[in-house]
Ligand binder design. Structure first.
Ligand code: ATP
Ligand code: MN
Ligand code: MN
Length: 308
């Protein structure tokens, strides 16, 4: 377990160990949750959240005026983030820039002090930014799609991925949908991952054209589910498991066991309170074993034949 600057273990750390200005400021006006409530959430959840974000380039959603006011997406390291590491990476433009990298609890709490509400890691580590170690299929239901169909879609992805010998994991996004996550270990070049994610989404849309759509521009048409494969490129992010969302009700992105999925009522079924209550009851991570899963995209053309 990580240590704070005061040398306590994460579990033993308390809020007074961290700088927190304006703790009384209301961040979620609809439920009356303050900046202190947010900080207490992240402190209590650190052992669950940190594995998903540590050592990865990280984007944050910062809400300096609370979640009900405009927030902004920040990718780059800025002055004052003394406990947050940075890594210099080449951007699409060819220029280099310093990306945020959290290494420990102190880094996480430094970002919370800077009014970060959401945490969005890359699907790659800071050390090997060109190799993807997870694929994320982001299921975005268009208006009118019943929740039961979103669940059915996630299960269908799971079973198709299983035919490709790919084990997958599911979480609520904290918003409208679900994310189906495929660990890649050892990683794969984005050049392989990106076209795979795209063609997998297109295969789904061809198999079930009334249910799925794989083109971003038409995503809200006809009450279909957009299989958003665009999370899978160098520099793309998706929300971390256990991150709060800067949305009404302080929802949380929550990893699930597949067996639990049928009991979950929506993409925002878990919130700042129920997420903490849930992890107290959990004996282990819903995705326990994910790091031991050994799978990659080798022999993919051959495996794809089995989908047809
Ligand atoms: P929902 O279930 O409501 O769709 P979501 O987290 O999947 O929730 P999306 O809008 O589908 O939200 O976005 C998917 C991901 O795209 C986000 O989790 C985030 O990592 C990334 N993203 C969102 N907004 C931005 C942005 N302004 N700049 C860069 N990346 C973004
Ligand atoms: Mn989504
Ligand atoms: Mn999306």
């Amino acid at each position: 377990a990580g240590k704070t600057r005061t040398g306590k273990s994460q579990a033993a750390a308390d809020l007074d160990d961290f700088r927190l200005t304006s703790p009384e400021r209301v961040v979620y006006p609809d439920i009356g949750a303050s900046k202190r409530d947010v900080a207490a959430y992240y402190l209590a959840m650190a052992d669950w959240l940190l594995p998903d974000i540590v050592d990865r380039p990280l984007s944050i959603v910062r809400c300096t005026q609370g979640a009900a006011r405009p927030c902004f997406f920040q990718k780059h390291h800025t002055a004052g983030l003394d406990d947050v590491d940075s890594v210099s990476l080449e951007e699409e433009s060819g220029q280099r820039a310093d990306y945020l990298v959290v290494r420990d609890l102190a880094g996480l709490m430094n970002l919370v002090q800077f009014n970060a509400l959401e945490f969005h890691p890359w699907g790659a580590t800071a050390q090997r930014p060109d190799r993807a170690d997870r694929i994320v299929f982001d299921l975005d239901p268009g208006s009118g799609v019943p929740w039961t169909e979103v669940i059915a879609a996630a299960r269908q992805l799971r079973s198709l991925l299983a035919k490709l010998e790919l084990q997958s994991f599911v979480r609520t996004s904290g918003g409208k949908g679900l994310h189906v996550v495929v660990p890649l270990n050892p990683g794969c070049d984005w050049d392989l991952v990106k076209p795979f994610a795209h063609s997998f989404a297109e295969t789904l849309a061809q198999m079930e054209p009334l249910k799925y759509i794989a083109t971003a521009t038409k995503k809200f048409r006809n009450g279909k589910i957009f299989v958003d494969y665009l999370r899978n490129g160098r520099g793309a992010t998706s929300v971390a498991s256990f991150s709060l969302r800067a949305r009404e009700g302080a929802p949380v992105a929550m990893p699930l066991r597949w067996e639990e999925l049928g009991r979950v009522k929506s993409g925002h079924a878990f919130d700042i309170r129920s997420a903490q209550a849930r992890v107290k009851r959990l004996r282990r991570h819903p995705w326990a074993g994910i790091d031991a899963v050994r799978q990659d995209l080798d022999r993919l053309a051959e495996r794809l034949q089995r989908l047809r």
